[in-house]
Design a protein around this ligand. Structure first.
Ligand code: PRP
Length: 185
């Protein structure tokens, strides 16, 4: 996909959101979710791999009875899946029928992944489905899907860190940065 730049010889990593900004926003999101749940339990469903770090922090900010599950989808962005179709490569481990679930994503981009997952989860008859996305790129949307909880709305920049990668690197950066290739001199 053109969204992913060629691997640059040198990269400039400009901080978009510091670890302090992320922490403060995740705490706010957690408080909002806790209020909305009104004491009811919830299943947090993380979408591997990018959401792993956000889920770990968000879960500790919610402070309600909560369990975790994870799904994984084949990335249609890899270039090997030219149809644009999403395929589930790891499904839920526990039943969600009758449960409140919150799908936890690091980034909502075209919406293709979450549209697919929402339809998939609806077939399991949960009591409710909400989406929590740390980042939202509304200008990129191809599917009409919205998150109930959004950390930050961002322009169309290539972001890495806090779980998000470029060619699997940078997921462990504690802040979110914009990856900018430095043009050769
Ligand atoms: C990212 C992100 C979402 C998806 C969003 O995953 O974690 O799952 O892209 O994009 P969309 O709205 O355009 O569908 P990615 O494919 O980069 O895999 P990863 O989570 O393993 O890094």
């Amino acid at each position: 996909m053109p969204d992913q730049p060629e691997f640059p010889a040198t990269e400039n990593l400009r901080v978009l959101f510091s670890r302090q900004q992320i922490h403060a926003r995740v705490q706010q999101m957690g408080r909002q979710i806790r209020e909305d749940l009104r004491g009811e339990s919830v299943v947090l469903v993380g979408v591997l791999k990018g959401a792993a770090i956000f889920l770990a922090d968000l879960a500790r900010a919610i402070d309600v009875d909560c369990t975790f599950d994870f799904v994984a989808v084949s990335s249609y962005k890899s270039g090997t899946n030219s149809s644009g179709a999403v395929q589930l490569i790891k499904d839920l481990a526990e039943p969600i029928e009758g449960r409140h679930i919150i799908v936890v994503e690091d980034i909502l981009d075209t919406g293709i992944t979450l549209s697919f997952l929402q339809s998939h989860f609806e077939r399991h008859k949960p009591r409710s489905i909400r989406i929590a996305a740390l980042l939202d790129k509304p200008s990129r949307r191809l599917q009409p899907i919205q998150a109930h909880y959004i950390g930050f709305s961002i322009p169309n920049e290539f972001v890495i860190g806090y779980g998000m990668d470029f060619a699997e690197r940078y997921r462990n950066l504690p802040d979110i940065r914009i990856l900018e290739p430095i043009p050769p001199k």
